[in-house]
Design a protein. Structure first.
Lengths: 421, 243
């Protein structure tokens, strides 16, 4: 179970794809460049680096084990030859530097070839060490450790467009960090009530605006999104905008609040829209309109009549993520039975696809799937009752430019691309 | 020959029906058998079995060594809704009683509003105490920062409980005297069960909950500053790894 993938993220260019898993490991894949020797391999992603980001820890004060599971990975924009990413578990965020080494220096004055120090008095001549090529080595080293700032479980990290700061959010608080400073962070949102018994709402996700470095949003377990402007006050307890869709009285149930709980919030690349994922749908919001979303896409509406069973087996608490494509013309999210859904915003068409070994062979096209909600089941349709709720696709990612997607199905990673590529 | 008992039973049923009709007039959609959301199961059966299920979920959630706050809050809110639907003429459950109840087991099948709210309240309060114990002190900022820098733990009786029964003025003995009072039972090896046995459960088995004697807010503030200052001195410089 340590192999269960818990996060998937492309870097800014899309050449690198990082995954984090329940065992605290990070695996980075790199896209193959155009290669005359193996032309078919262009566009394939192969393992580039693997390292242990987090280890299980023991909090002695609370007598609790801190899970090493990687909750989120976020890349920093590339500024030099090395790559940097932030990875976080429930309590600690780490900045990792991933760099290549393909040369080795030979001919040191003070060291032998096997590394033993030479006696300086025996050195009679000086030479300049020369760089010789070696097999490519990819090294990952921890550059910063940001710890001890979260009492509750971290659910989100987001790098600011200023490339100097980032936020980390837990159930009740959001902190702002400077990438260079590890011993201090600033609390910018705190929704912890004075009396914990008054607690009725938690923070579920948070993200910085892609272009406006002073703007961030955070979502809640009650289905609301608050947009905060850090310029208006240091402590962003007062939101600038409040997004909430009024409840539809005809579909109310005991589970209304649980299914309205937002599990992910993502700004569009343009910064004009944001998307939220709740249990049954994906909603696109215009930042200029707080009263309701501009689009609602049903992910698996056939589950609405099964909420009682899904509450019983805890599936109703599953947290699905969502993502935009590079041009913001389509969105994608996961579902059960290893299904994932893509919605084309311009054509209003949607498709259900499956990520599984049995249903897809390499380089073959994916066959659209259909779930039969009731009535007579057509051939090739799957009935709701035969869906496997243990096969959940919670984490998906879309290449920032091309039509390449990464889909995590429990402990397997699937990468699909458009045939046109 | 009909007994008086049978007659009474029928009257009770009629009374129940009247009650239901009354509450339908008030917005109680969960009691409307025609409502699609409730139509999944007979209303009374749905309510009570959902209630029991939710109580079990709440109990299970609180038994975790570190409860998932989101799961907990959602279950509690759902439970309150179900409870409200089961006793529609009772007072709104939004203001829980503050007196703590001894254990969750007693309330596993409780249907009284006060009992449930009080146990949930006391357990959430325990979560708050656990947080206060573990709030990590940070070195104070040099300049006034724009936001709130993460400082030491706020003054609270929960933190002082860890130090064991406190005397009138803790600072009389100096720092050494302070640490002599630390309740070391939490460091007993039996509490550190091997991984196969799992870790000790959460709030109800936490450090002693005996009430600490009354202390000034100013004294609490000063005490916490002292503790934060001491810990800052003892710590190695900064957890960050510099390049």
């Amino acid at each position: 179970t340590a192999d269960i993938i818990s996060t998937v993220e492309f870097n800014y260019s899309g050449d690198l794809l990082a995954t984090g898993d329940k065992g605290g490991r990070v695996v980075i894949f790199q896209r193959e460049q155009e290669n005359k020797i193996r032309p078919h391999s262009r566009g394939e992603y192969n393992v580039y680096s693997t390292f242990q980001s987090h280890e299980p820890e023991f909090d002695y004060l609370k007598s609790l084990e801190i899970e090493e599971k990687i909750n989120k990975i976020r890349w920093l924009p590339q500024q030099n030859a090395a790559h940097f990413l932030l990875s976080t578990n429930d309590k600690t965020i780490k900045l990792w530097k991933i760099s290549e080494r393909d040369k080795r220096a030979e001919g040191y004055n003070l060291k032998d070839e096997d590394g033993r120090l030479r006696d300086p008095f025996r050195i009679t001549a000086l030479r300049v060490p020369i760089l010789k090529p070696m097999d490519l080595m990819v090294e990952a080293s921890p550059r910063r450790i940001f710890a001890n700032a979260h009492t509750y479980h971290i659910n989100s990290i987001s790098v600011n467009s200023d490339h100097e700061t980032y936020l980390s959010a837990d159930d009740l608080r959001i902190n702002l960090w400077h990438l260079e400073i590890t011993d201090r962070s600033f609390n910018i949102v705190d929704i912890k009530p004075a009396n914990m018994e008054e607690l009725t709402e938690v923070i579920t996700a948070a993200e910085f605006h892609p272009h406006q470095c002073n703007v961030l949003v955070y979502s809640s377990s009650k289905g609301t999104i608050r947009l905060c402007d850090m310029r208006s006050s240091a402590l962003c307890d007062r939101h600038s905008k409040f997004f909430e869709e009024p409840e539809d009285p005809s579909s109310r149930s005991f589970f209304s609040e649980i299914i309205s709980s937002i599990s992910d919030v993502k700004f569009s690349h343009s910064g004009r829209y944001m998307m939220t994922r709740d249990y049954l749908s994906v909603k696109v919001w215009d930042l200029n309109m707080e009263s309701r979303p501009v689009e609602t896409h049903q992910v698996h509406e056939y589950l609405r009549s099964k909420l009682c069973s899904l509450y019983e087996n805890d599936c109703i608490f599953d947290k699905f993520e969502c993502c935009w494509n590079g041009s913001d013309s389509a969105v994608m999210t996961g579902s059960y039975n290893n299904f994932f859904r893509m919605f084309d915003r311009s054509t209003r068409r949607d498709v259900t696809l499956e990520a599984s070994r049995e249903s897809s062979k390499p380089r073959a096209s994916l066959k659209p799937r259909k779930v039969c909600a009731g009535g007579k089941r057509k051939k090739d349709e799957i009935s709701v009752d035969s869906l496997d709720f243990n096969k959940k696709i919670l984490h998906t990612a879309w290449h920032p430019v091309d039509n390449v997607i990464a889909v995590a199905a429990t402990n397997n990673l699937y990468i699909f691309q458009d045939k046109a590529n | 020959m009909l007994s008086k008992g049978l007659k009474r039973k029928r009257e009770e049923e009629e009374e129940e029906e009247e009650e239901e009709k009354e509450t339908l007039a008030v917005d109680a959609w969960w009691l409307d058998p025609g409502h699609p959301a409730v139509a999944q199961a007979p209303p009374t059966v749905a309510s009570s079995s959902l209630f029991d299920l939710s109580v079990i979920k709440l109990h299970h959630s609180l038994r975790q060594s570190e409860p998932d706050l989101r799961h907990l809050v959602l279950v509690v809110n759902t439970l309150r809704r179900i409870q409200a639907s089961m006793a529609p003429t009772a007072a709104l459950p939004s203001v829980p009683n503050l007196h703590p109840t001894p254990s969750m087991d007693d309330n596993l099948v409780a249907s009284s509003d006060a009992g449930l709210s009080a146990s949930v309240a006391s357990l959430l309060e325990d979560l708050s105490h656990i947080e206060d114990l573990s709030q990590a002190p940070q070195p104070p900022a040099d300049e006034v920062p724009p936001g709130r820098p993460i400082g030491g733990a706020p003054p609270s009786l929960g933190a002082l409980d860890l130090l064991g029964p406190a005397t009138g003025c803790l600072l009389d003995d100096g720092l050494e005297g302070l640490f002599e009072d630390i309740d070391t039972s939490m460091y007993d090896s039996e509490l550190w069960a091997p991984a196969s046995e799992g870790f000790k459960p959460g709030p109800e088995d936490g450090p002693g909950k005996e009430e600490a004697p009354e202390l000034d807010e100013a004294e609490l503030d000063y005490l916490m500053d002292v503790l934060v200052g001491t810990q800052a001195l003892e710590r190695p410089p900064g957890p960050g790894v510099d390049p």
